[in-house]
Design a protein around this ligand. Structure first.
Ligand SMILES: C[S@@+](CC[C@H](N)C(=O)[O-])C[C@H]1O[C@@H](n2cnc3c(N)ncnc32)[C@H](O)[C@@H]1O
Length: 277
C-alpha cells in the first residue's frame, strides 16, 4: 500500500463526529506519528510504499481512533510548552490552557534555586517544565495515582529534569517552605461529569476530573494548607473552572493569603488564580 492509499482508506474508516471533525486531517496526523515523519513528508511522498507491518500498526491506530480513543493516547505523546510528553490511558492528557501557569510562573520574581511544588502532577508536564525553565529549581511533584507518578517519573527522566515524585494525598506528608506551588487538580463538579465530551468522559480517568459537588473540593483543601506549604512571599498558581475563583475567596481570606491576579484563557474563562502569601 502507498501512503496515499492508506490515507484514503483511513479517511473512510474514521467517522466524522464531535471531536473528530476532519477525518482526512486526523488520518494524516496518525500516519505521520506511526511512520515518525512530518505531515508535510506524507504529502511529498504520497506514492511511497509503506511496509506491511507499518500499515498494520496504522490500521490498528485508526480503529482505536474510530472507537473514540483520544488521538494523543494512541500516539503515546502530547506537546506541552514546546516539549513532547509521554501520555497513556489512566493519566490526563496535558491541555494547552495549563501552559498559562508556566507562562505566569516564569514572570514571577522568585529567589535563586526556588523550591517548587506541583500538586496532582499527572504526566508531570508542569513539574518537568518548571524544573527545566527555572534555573536551579528544586521541584517536588505529588499525585495520589501510582500510574500518574510512574509516567511523571518517566517524563522527567526522558527530558533530564530533576523532579522528586511523591505518592501523596495533595501535599499532606510534605514539609513547607515552597516559593511556588502550582496545581491543576480535578475541578469538574460531579454533576457535570456525564455531560463531558465522550472522548473525555469515556477515556480520561475520573480521578483526574471529579472535583466533588462544586468541583472545588480538592482546591478548598489545598488552599487551607497553603499557609503551611508556602514560604513567606511565596505564590500559588491554581487552575480552576468557571466561577471557582469566587468560590475559593472565603478560604483564601481565612488562610491569610491574597489574590494577586486571575489568568484568563482563550475562551475568556478565569482559568488560573494567583495567590500570594
Ligand atoms: C486534572 S489532572 C492534571 C494533571 C497535570 N497536572 C496536568 O496539568 O496535566 C489532576 C491530577 O490530580 C491527581 N489527583 C486527584 N486527586 C488527588 C489527590 N487527592 N492528591 C493528589 N493528586 C490527586 C489526579 O490523579 C490527576 O493526575
Amino acid at each position: 500500500m502507498t501512503v496515499w492509499e492508506l490515507l484514503a482508506e483511513a479517511a473512510v474508516a474514521l467517522p466524522r463526529r464531535e471531536g473528530l471533525p476532519d477525518p482526512a486531517r486526523e488520518a494524516r496526523w496518525l500516519l505521520a506519528r506511526c511512520l515518525n515523519r512530518a505531515e508535510g513528508w506524507l504529502v511529498a511522498h504520497a506514492d511511497e510504499s509503506v511496509s506491511e507491518s507499518d500499515a498494520a500498526r496504522f490500521r490498528s491506530m485508526v480503529a482505536r481512533r474510530a472507537s473514540g480513543e483520544p488521538a494523543h493516547y494512541i500516539a503515546g505523546s502530547c506537546p506541552f510548552f514546546g516539549r513532547e510528553f509521554l501520555v497513556a490511558p489512566g493519566v490526563l492528557i496535558p491541555r494547552p490552557e495549563t501552559e498559562l501557569i508556566v507562562e505566569h510562573a516564569l514572570g514571577l520574581s522568585l529567589p535563586p534555586a526556588p523550591r517548587v511544588l506541583d500538586v496532582g502532577t499527572g504526566s508531570g508536564c508542569l513539574a518537568t517544565t518548571l524544573a527545566m525553565e527555572l534555573p536551579g529549581a528544586r521541584v517536588v511533584a505529588t499525585d495520589v495515582s501510582p500510574s500518574a507518578l510512574r509516567l511523571a517519573r518517566a517524563n522527567a527522566r526522558r527530558l533530564a529534569a530533576r523532579v522528586a515524585c511523591c505518592l501523596a494525598d495533595l501535599a499532606t506528608p510534605l514539609r513547607g517552605g515552597f516559593d511556588l506551588v502550582v496545581a491543576n487538580l480535578p475541578y469538574i463538579p460531579d454533576g457535570e461529569l456525564s455531560t463531558l465530551a465522550p472522548e473525555i468522559r469515556d477515556h480520561e480517568p475520573r480521578l483526574a476530573r471529579a472535583g466533588g459537588t462544586d468541583g472545588a473540593d480538592l482546591l478548598h483543601r489545598l488552599v487551607a494548607d497553603l499557609p503551611r506549604l508556602l514560604a513567606p512571599g511565596g505564590h500559588a498558581l491554581l487552575e480552576l473552572g468557571p466561577g471557582q475563583a469566587d468560590l475559593l475567596r472565603p478560604g483564601v481570606l481565612a488562610a491569610g493569603l491574597y489574590e494577586t491576579t486571575r489568568l484568563v484563557d482563550v475562551a475568556g474563562v478565569d482559568r488560573v488564580v494567583v495567590l500570594s502569601r
